[in-house]
Design a protein around this ligand. Structure first.
Ligand SMILES: NC(=O)c1ccc[n+]([C@@H]2O[C@H](COP(=O)([O-])OP(=O)(O)OC[C@H]3O[C@@H](n4cnc5c(N)ncnc54)[C@H](OP(=O)(O)O)[C@@H]3O)[C@@H](O)[C@H]2O)c1
Length: 263
């Protein structure tokens, strides 16, 4: 039996993009799915689409930037006896533009969702994950985690946290039965770009279209990586080559590129 067959999975950010695709690809295999996002009506529509005998779907309309709501979600799972063995920390948002022109409320949400909720959920669910023979955490980071990114400064820094944190806890959890995989996608066509674009943002930088990878492939590669217990997965060979090329460039040269991007 494959690792993810009959899994009990919690997916954050299941109302759109990668999260919705994780739900679609896992639905034929999972026993329980807990879908989390703010747009409850989308979660319920997804639940109706994916329902089948043998699968129980729970929808939780939660604002993950609110610690109290995340705490409430964890308590609800415990009180309803829902035991998760696969945590997909996928929810996240970006903000394109110069840092000095940022809106604090947007920055706070990015920090609280991309870093805060991911860390809080991981910590709260670890005892449950460890109590089972086999379990997994999939943290959705980004190729933006590998480099500082002018005009995406806070977002890239939050993803650097996700990649670093995930690798560290993977090492800590070795031998416990809890596997940890980091997904580092390049550009994917979802609502991400639209959400990350400021209403008045003449200085935003969009990613190159040639690096885009279909959402279905990103999710299939990520689930395959969890099954193989890979530490990190970067979907798409062009993205892999770009990351490899960047990592070979000395920092003083990269800074020239960063300075160009910041103009
Ligand atoms: N698309 C890309 O190019 C790309 C590249 C690299 C990494 N990623 C990462 O992939 C992950 C998924 O992004 P996506 O591309 O699928 O974007 P998306 O289509 O915008 O989906 C983002 C999801 O996060 C949820 N979310 C955002 N803020 C939330 C909040 N405060 N509370 C609860 N849920 C919240 C959204 O749900 P609600 O709005 O309904 O709450 C939505 O379901 C993110 O972590 C992103 O950083 C994306």
């Amino acid at each position: 039996m494959n690792f993810l067959d009959h899994c009990d999975v919690l997916i954050t950010g299941a109302s759109s993009g990668l999260g919705m695709e994780f739900a679609r690809q896992l639905a034929p295999r999972a026993s329980t799915m807990v879908l989390v996002a703010r747009r409850g009506e989308r979660l319920e529509a997804l639940q109706r689409e994916l329902e089948r005998p043998g699968l129980t779907i729970h929808c939780h309309q939660i604002d993950l930037s609110d610690r109290a709501e995340v705490g409430m979600l964890v308590r609800t799972l415990a009180s309803e006896g829902i035991t998760i063995n696969f945590l997909v920390n996928n929810a996240g948002l970006g903000d394109r533009g110069r840092f000095e022109n940022s809106d604090w409320e947007r920055v706070r949400q990015m920090l609280d969702v991309n870093i805060g909720a991911l860390t809080q959920l991981t910590l709260a669910l670890l005892p449950t994950l460890k109590a089972q023979a086999r379990s997994a955490i999939l943290n959705v980071s980004s190729v933006a985690s590998f480099l500082p990114m002018p005009k995406l400064a806070v977002y890239a820094a939050t993803k650097a946290y996700v990649s670093s944190f995930s690798e560290a806890i993977r090492a800590e959890l070795r031998g416990t039965g809890v596997r940890v995989t980091t997904l580092c996608p390049g550009p994917v066509s979802t609502e991400f770009g639209q959400v990350a674009t400021r209403p008045t943002s003449p200085d935003a930088v969009s990613p190159p279209d040639g690096l885009r990878v279909p959402v279905q492939k990103v999710v299939a590669d990520a689930l395959g990586a969890v099954e193989r217990d890979c530490a990190r997965i970067i979907p798409g060979w062009r993205v892999v080559l770009t990351v490899a090329a960047m990592s070979a460039v000395p920092m003083f040269l990269l800074r020239c590129g960063l300075n160009q991007r910041a103009r």
